[in-house]
Design a protein around this ligand. Structure first.
Ligand SMILES: [Zn+2]
Length: 282
């Protein structure tokens, strides 16, 4: 698998964000990125059936879609990736590997499992990007450790991903609470700072507020990111095993042809034009 993935590492990196771009072009895309699990009562949410058919029978498909489907969509993506391995379809393997990684990572972000996903209900707007962008941008490269050892075969992918969802749901209260606590002791001019970003001066959470938040979370963001890396590798490996462990040697020299590149680029074009059908702000 290494022989296939390593040479294509930049493709995976670039296209891991395609699902977010697609949210601007495809209406069905939005709900695949989150689940407002607090809509279904209290942790550990026994009222919500974990199986898709049971869940839509109980709550209706419209309602389930409205509150997000990330744990189910990851299972759909696992099937697609497994199929791609069975067919030894290089483009499909790469595309689905990048995209399943996106959804798995979303499932590891606490606020992707809460209806208060951007703090909009508690006057904490911006907290979504604070947790998943600002803190990692400041710390991930230099301070976080992403060596996680080997991938494992996942015999129960549904059970595995629901566990991650429940961990995220449990953590989302602390994420909101700690930001609130720190806001009480940081005056506004210390909480935010005007800093340069891609050549522009923008208002963002100050470095000191960001570091204080990360400290209060006691390593949560690094742990979730590590767990996410492990989960993605393990889902890729599981798809390959379930496909019958096809020999990937013949694919390792493959590259994308111009048609395939064009199809991928057209998504970017649509995204830039920005016909916005975003279901929710982030
Ligand atoms: Zn997403």
């Amino acid at each position: 698998m290494m022989a296939l993935y390593k040479p294509n590492i930049s493709f995976l990196e670039i296209h891991a964000t395609d699902p977010d771009k697609r949210r601007y072009a495809v209406k069905e895309e939005g709900p695949r990125h989150y689940i407002d699990i607090d809509h279904y009562g209290m942790y550990p949410f026994p009222l919500l059936p974990r199986k898709w058919n049971d869940a839509i029978a109980k709550f209706s498909k419209d309602s389930i879609l409205e509150h997000g489907i990330v744990p189910w969509h990851i299972q759909v993506m696992l099937h697609r990736l497994t199929d791609a391995f069975i067919k030894k379809d290089f483009v499909s393997i790469m595309k689905n590997s990048a995209e399943i990684g996106h959804y798995i990572s979303d499932a590891h972000v606490p606020l992707h499992t809460s209806s208060n996903h951007n703090g909009q209900l508690t006057n904490q707007r911006g907290i979504h990007g604070f947790w998943e962008s600002r803190v990692p941008e400041l710390l991930a490269e230099k301070k976080f450790d992403f060596f996680i050892g080997k991938a494992d075969y996942i015999s129960d992918p549904a059970g595995f991903i629901w566990k991650r969802i429940l961990e995220s749901a449990k953590a989302s209260d602390s994420v909101l609470l700690f930001e609130r606590d720190l806001t009480k002791i940081f005056p506004d001019d210390k909480k935010y700072a005007f800093e340069e970003r891609n050549g522009k001066v923008v208002k963002q959470y100050s470095s000191s507020f960001t570091l204080a938040f990360n400290k209060k979370l006691n390593g949560m963001i690094e742990r979730r990111m590590r767990q996410s890396v492990y989960a993605i590798a393990s889902f890729w490996y599981t798809a390959w095993i379930n496909a019958g462990q096809p020999n990937l040697q013949s694919l390792s020299k493959k590259t994308f042809n111009s048609e395939e590149i064009a199809a991928i680029d057209s998504l970017n074009e649509k995204w830039k034009k920005g016909s916005v059908i975003l279901g929710r702000e982030e």
